[in-house]
Design a protein around this ligand. Structure first.
Ligand SMILES: Cc1cc2nc3c(=O)[nH]c(=O)nc-3n(C[C@H](O)[C@H](O)[C@H](O)COP(=O)(O)O)c2cc1C
Length: 105
């Protein structure tokens, strides 16, 4: 099963696992991405060190694409935004707010 979203995201199946706070950790996101869908780590309101650790765990599980969900009400949101750039995470979703601050007009 292929669709445009597969080509766009570089995945095999058009299945995107939702970012779910304190549920979508590296083990879930890594398993989904390894299986050909898009796994998404939920950053939730976790500190940057915790999220960095989850990102690196997914990179150990698979070299396939994965994403990070940034929870915009997190007290660490700006640090998380820097982190995903540093870690070269190519796919981002956001929740709990408008991401306009982080996007070009
Ligand atoms: C337990 C739980 C936690 C969730 N946490 C987040 C979150 O942190 N950020 C977010 O953007 N969406 C969050 N969501 C929403 C999901 O990512 C998803 O958008 C929603 O469940 C709808 O999925 P569906 O379109 O497959 O039905 C959460 C959903 C659940 C069930």
């Amino acid at each position: 099963m292929k669709s445009k979203v597969c080509d766009l995201l570089g995945i095999e199946y058009p299945i995107l696992q939702g970012g779910m706070a304190w549920v979508a950790d590296a083990s879930l996101a890594g398993a989904v991405s390894k299986a050909g869908g898009l796994g998404i780590i939920a950053a939730a309101n976790a500190p940057v060190d915790v999220v960095r650790n989850e990102i690196r765990k997914v990179k150990e599980i698979t070299d396939k694409p994965f994403g990070v969900n940034i929870m915009l009400m997190s007290p660490f949101v700006d640090e998380i935004a820097e982190l995903v750039i540093d870690e070269k995470v190519k796919i981002l979703t956001t929740g709990a707010g408008l991401p306009s601050k982080y996007m070009k007009d």
